[in-house]
Write a protein that binds this ligand. Structure first.
Ligand code: AMP
Length: 208
């Protein structure tokens, strides 16, 4: 019983939401390390599938390179599978998912099925000009470090990714606002400041 209570008390089930380039990946990694829980990035899962040449990766590759969203069925299946893994039982940070209201609805269904629920959705707000600058800097830094530059970080594709965000993903914010789960964080500040604010906001929402 006590073990069960301790386990429950340490759960942190959150979503890191925001446009491409807002810092979701960076912040998810930092906050996940703080709580010792995994960061579940659908972008990373899909890039791994593309690199491994799996049938799922082959379905996703072209859409990803064009900056378009991959089908809801594909990403929901990836997330559903990850939520069954032992390492996600103490909590998780979803990064880049859900990206459509349909995905958010399906996520609720999966969580209900497995007797879990979300604690909080953090929305990182950053304006468009800054987003484009940040993604360009990410591509430059990766190239300078001799790392692989993401195909979808090229400026034209970034514009398409932003359009996808405003057309399909932005409504997810309202979905969680009306569920009382959304907290907006100014993503324009230093990386450290943003992380501290998120940790402050989340430390009291772990459920018992
Ligand atoms: P990210 O690394 O989160 O920027 O994702 C890179 C790309 O993967 C996106 O531009 C989409 O093509 C695809 N992707 C990642 N997550 C999702 C999702 N939840 N729904 C649909 N497509 C996604």
């Amino acid at each position: 019983m006590l073990a069960h209570l301790i386990e429950e008390a340490s759960k942190m089930q959150m979503i890191m939401f925001g446009p491409p380039g807002a810092g979701k990946g960076t912040q998810s990694k930092r906050v996940a390390a703080h709580y010792s829980i995994p960061q579940l990035s659908t972008g990373d899962m899909l890039r791994d599938a593309v690199a491994a040449g799996t049938p799922l990766g082959m379905r996703a590759k072209d859409l990803m390179e064009r900056g378009a969203l991959v089908g809801d069925d594909i990403v929901v299946a990836c997330v559903r599978q990850r939520l069954m893994d032992a390492d996600t039982q103490r909590g998780f940070i979803l990064d880049g998912f859900p990206r459509t209201v349909a995905q958010a609805v399906e996520l609720n269904e999966v969580l209900t099925e497995i007797g879990r629920r979300l604690d909080i959705v953090i929305e990182l707000s950053v304006d468009d000009d800054e987003l484009e600058k940040r993604i360009a800097a990410r591509a430059r830094n990766a190239a300078a470090a001799g790392e692989k530059v993401r195909v979808d970080d090229d400026p034209q594709t970034v514009k398409l990714r932003l359009r996808e965000f405003y057309n399909n993903t932005q409504p997810v914010s309202e979905f969680y606002r009306s569920a009382g789960l959304l907290v907006k964080v100014d993503g324009l500040r230093d990386v450290e400041q943003v992380t501290s604010e998120i940790i402050n906001l989340t430390k009291d929402v772990r459920h018992f």
